[in-house]
Ligand binder design. Structure first.
Ligand code: ADP
Ligand code: MG
Length: 255
């Protein structure tokens, strides 16, 4: 007797033949063309591509903020989004911004305050709960934004160049924090960046997008042990290969 064991194939994110067009005058701009991909539960997937290759469009579709023109995109579970700008409410404190997300989930009163305090501790902001956004550095604001995203208790975290505006040292720290939070949490992360080294620092896998139209041109499994150093020669080699791919893709469409 031979039994064929079917492993459960039950991805957190699946995208199939996704095409997204936008009207551009009397023509159509094809932002994404026939994109198919899957993200496993608990996977950290990075997307790299030149600007205009449809990365944000893909995240918007996954977040349900935009509809596919053709094909399908499915996310299993609750989604949280994080952008380059923290987009905190300026009249609320750091804790207040996190509490608001908890309130939206129906967490009440004292429990909400307790959870907000815990989340701020998780992103190493325990002492800053009473500060307002204008009293926080760029890195601290992104930590609050991360705590707020975690407050949604999402299964899938979509991050659109979240550390793109930070200085190198702050970014390095946030890579560590994000990896620590992700590690063993079961959280699935889709992380967009145009920085190949950042993608290799964080990702289990990196997808390289091409432009005009946006599609997946290349895939790299990152097999370096964690935690990885942004400055290690091993990381530079893998990132170098991705950068070469990006250059080739950019040359291809003449941009
Ligand atoms: P990326 O995030 O990779 O830089 P985007 O997803 O933002 O790329 O954009 C992909 C293409 O789609 C670009 O040419 C952009 O101008 C176009 N685009 C994105 N959103 C819209 C929109 N709402 N309306 C019209 N064109 C759009
Ligand atoms: Mg973008």
């Amino acid at each position: 007797m031979s039994a064929i064991l079917q492993l459960p194939r039950d991805p957190a994110v699946s995208v199939e033949g996704l095409t997204k067009t936008f009207p551009a005058g009397d023509r159509l701009l094809v932002a994404l063309h026939g994109v198919s991909l899957e993200v496993a539960r608990g996977e950290f997937l990075c997307l790299v591509g030149a600007s205009g290759s449809g990365k944000s469009t893909l995240l918007n579709v996954l977040a349900g903020l935009d509809q596919p023109s053709a094909g399908a995109a499915r996310v299993d579970g609750r989604v949280a989004l994080m952008f380059q700008e923290a987009a905190l409410l300026p009249w609320l404190t750091a804790a207040g911004n996190v509490e608001l997300a908890l309130e939206l989930r129906g967490v009440g009163g004292a429990e909400r305050r307790r959870q907000a305090r815990e989340l701020l501790e998780r992103v190493h902001l325990a002492g800053a709960g009473n500060r307002r956004p204008h009293e926080l550095s760029g890195g601290m604001k992104q930590r609050v934004a991360l705590a707020r995203a975690l407050a949604l208790d999402a299964d899938v975290l979509l991050m659109d160049e979240p550390f793109g505006a930070l200085d190198a040292i702050t970014r390095d720290l946030l890579h560590e924090e994000l990896e620590r939070i992700w590690n063993g949490s079961g959280l699935t992360i889709v992380f967009v960046t145009h920085n190949a080294r950042e993608a290799v620092r964080l990702g289990d896998r990196v997808l390289v997008f091409s432009s005009r139209p946006g599609r997946v041109a290349h895939e790299v499994e990152v097999e370096l042990p964690r935690p990885r150093s942004l400055d290690s020669p091993e990381l530079a080699v893998v990132a170098g290969r991705i950068t070469d791919r990006l250059r080739a893709e950019m040359g291809r469409d003449g941009s």
